[in-house]
Design a protein around this ligand. Structure first.
Ligand SMILES: NC(=O)c1ccc[n+]([C@@H]2O[C@H](COP(=O)([O-])OP(=O)(O)OC[C@H]3O[C@@H](n4cnc5c(N)ncnc54)[C@H](OP(=O)(O)O)[C@@H]3O)[C@@H](O)[C@H]2O)c1
Length: 211
C-alpha cells in the first residue's frame, strides 16, 4: 500500500517509516528540515514541506491509501494547535483525494475520566497535565475531528514511550482502559500503527496500547 507518514523524522516516526518499509509498503514522508535522519530507500519518497501548510499536506496525501501521523508537539504545558490543525488539514486533503484511512498517535491521559482509577483521575493525570496539558488539550481536539470526519480513523493512546526494542508483543483495548498500562516502546507503537492500516476491527476506535 501507499502510506503517507507525518512526523516521520521524530523518534516514533522514524520507526514507523522503517516498519512500513519492512512490511513492503511504499512510503511518502513529509519533512520540514533537510537533515531529517531518514535513510534513503527505493520505496521511500521524501517530500519537503510543512504539516500546517494546506498545499504541502495535500501534495503529500494525494494518491496514498492511508495516512499515519506520529507528529508531536514539544510545547509541553503551553498551548499548541499542531495536532488539531494538522489533523484538520489531513482530513480535508483526504476528502479531496478520496483517501479514507487515517491512524494517529494520541496519549493515554485522553482516556475518559470515568474510565480512570481514582489515583489516575485525582493525582497522576493532573500531575501530567502540569507538564503536557497544552498537548493533551490539542490531542482532545484532534480526536474529536477524527471522530466526526466520517473517515476510517483510529487513534492510538500509548502511555510513556521508551526507546526499547521491538518486542512484537503489546496489548490493545478498544475505547477502554488497560490494566497496568505503564509504557510501550516506540518501536512497538510504530509496528502497531503500521499493522493498524488494514486492521478493520480498529476503525472508529481510540485504542489504548501498552506492553
Ligand atoms: N513521550 C512520551 O512518553 C509520549 C507518551 C504518549 C504519547 N506521546 C506522543 O507520541 C507521539 C510521538 O512522540 P515522539 O516522542 O516520537 O515525538 P518526537 O520525537 O518529538 O517527534 C515529533 C515529530 O513531530 C514533528 N513536529 C513537531 N513540531 C512540528 C511542527 N510544528 N510542524 C511539523 N512537524 C512538527 C517533528 O519534526 P522535526 O523532526 O522536524 O522536529 C517530529 O517528526 C507524540 O504525539 C507524543 O505527544 C508521547
Amino acid at each position: 500500500m501507499k502510506l503517507t507518514i507525518f512526523g516521520s523524522t521524530g523518534q516514533t516516526g522514524l520507526q514507523v517509516v522503517s516498519a512500513a518499509l519492512a512490511a513492503g509498503h511504499e512510503v511518502t514522508a513529509l519533512v520540514r528540515h533537510t537533515a531529517s535522519g531518514l535513510q534513503p530507500h527505493s520505496r521511500l519518497r521524501v517530500l519537503h514541506g510543512q504539516a500546517l501548510s494546506p498545499p504541502d499536506v495535500g501534495r503529500a496525501i494525494h494518491g496514498c491509501d492511508a495516512v499515519l501521523s506520529a507528529l508531536g508537539s514539544r510545547e509541553g504545558r503551553r498551548e499548541t494547535f499542531l495536532y488539531s490543525r494538522s489533523a484538520s488539514l489531513m482530513l480535508d486533503a483526504m476528502r479531496n483525494s478520496g483517501v479514507r484511512r487515517i491512524i494517529a498517535v494520541s496519549a493515554l491521559p485522553l482516556l475518559p475520566a470515568e474510565q480512570k482509577t481514582f489515583v489516575e483521575r485525582r493525582i497522576v493525570h493532573p500531575l501530567l497535565d502540569q507538564f503536557f496539558g497544552g498537548s493533551y488539550d490539542d490531542m482532545r481536539r484532534m480526536e474529536v475531528l477524527h471522530a466526526v470526519a466520517g473517515m476510517d480513523w483510529t487513534v492510538l493512546r500509548p502511555p510513556r514511550l521508551t526507546n526499547g526494542r521491538a518486542t512484537g508483543s503489546y496489548r490493545e483495548a478498544l475505547d477502554s482502559r488497560l490494566e497496568r498500562a505503564r509504557s510501550i516502546s516506540r518501536a512497538d507503537l510504530a509496528a502497531a500503527m503500521v499493522a493498524a492500516v488494514d486492521a478493520r476491527r480498529l476503525i472508529g476506535h481510540a485504542v489504548t496500547i501498552a506492553h
